[in-house]
Design a protein around this ligand. Sequence first.
Ligand SMILES: Cc1cc2nc3c(=O)[nH]c(=O)nc-3n(C[C@H](O)[C@H](O)[C@H](O)COP(=O)(O)OP(=O)(O)OC[C@H]3O[C@@H](n4cnc5c(N)ncnc54)[C@H](O)[C@@H]3O)c2cc1C
Length: 378
Amino acid sequence: MRVIVVGAGVGGLTLAHGLRRAGIDVVVYERDSAQGRPQGISLHIDERGASALRACLPPAHAAMAEATMGGPREQTLALSEVDGSLAVESTQPSDGLAGRARPGRQAHRPLLRAVLLTGLEEVVRFDSEVTRFVQRGDGTVRVWCADGSVDTADVLVGADGIGSAIRRQYLPHVQVVDTGRRMLMGATPLRAVADTGLPDLIGDSPASMRAGGTMLALGLLRFTESPATARNRWLPALSPSAVAEVEDYLMWALPSTQDRLGSAESPAAVWHRATELISDLPPALRSVVARAWPDATVALRIGMIPPPLPWQASPVTVLGDAIHLAPGFGANLAMQDAHHLRDALAEVDRGRITLLDALAAYENTMRRTSFVPAKASA
Ligand SMILES: Cc1cc2nc3c(=O)[nH]c(=O)nc-3n(C[C@H](O)[C@H](O)[C@H](O)COP(=O)(O)OP(=O)(O)OC[C@H]3O[C@@H](n4cnc5c(N)ncnc54)[C@H](O)[C@@H]3O)c2cc1C
């Protein structure tokens, strides 16, 4: 069996590792260059993402990913200002109940991406944008890239994110709705905010504070093992640049709207706008944003996809943000999809189930497990 995956995001790369480990031939087409584009600094990984990584990645990759996550996050803190100092006003368990996160750990997004790319040098084709596909009479699928190149496989997986070209052709009735909301995200070196008392106050727990109409969320990433040491121990094949100059930091996220963001686009402009938007917050929080790495700031669009009716399975399928969106835990869902799809395709490869039955079962599970939380979060 040969599988074409479109998109080298967390979902597509997790699937590629899983298929390789199952002995299945896979190629990944990625529109961007190897450097990729800014996608935010960190990810909250819960047990869905963690178990997908353990199941699909080679053991050394999974160990590297785990060693470089932050400590366990089991509760969310609400902060307030008392007598001029920040204090914890209340705590909420991270139990995954509606609107709440599941327990998990924070991962450094660029490092996780570099770990996922390690060992897939022969598999991922960068600068290759897939533009369309055709399902052929012999059951195979043919894809075309923007540069005119063509490839054929038994299965095509659209793991190409929110703007998915595969979804737009295959399931044109499934529409992304731009909510108009934006999340401004950035990071500040931990050493730069030690004097605010915040690191000791929040520990490994995600925290947030509201004042006036403004809310700022914070998450501290203290690497459990230093990335450079972990690389030497677990994954020497990882590019040294992935761990160079990586240090503990405080991630911050500022929910906003396109209207409030205005015309800011470059990282420095978005960072500058963030400093203006938090004028209602206490000085300690304002200094977190003021002392950030401006280049690490991004403004991410928040979209949603209303749950679609089931469709008939074919050798074309989709996973992750290409079909469902959940800004706070979408990477976990993308990795979970990859895990389920790898298991389904491995069963086909062993001759235990037909391809279409396996894909129908995968898609039923995906619609059941990924759209319920997406609906709740909407
Ligand atoms: C503000 C914000 C905060 C978030 N925080 C979290 C969090 O803490 N935890 C969490 O689990 N999730 C979080 N998410 C969600 C998470 O970022 C996404 O759900 C996740 O990245 C989806 O993974 P994916 O592999 O499906 O798609 P993506 O990561 O988007 O990857 C898609 C890839 O496909 C490529 N591509 C696109 N079109 C083509 C094409 N035509 N041809 C070839 N390649 C193509 C893209 O370049 C990209 O590399 C957050 C999202 C937002 C917006």
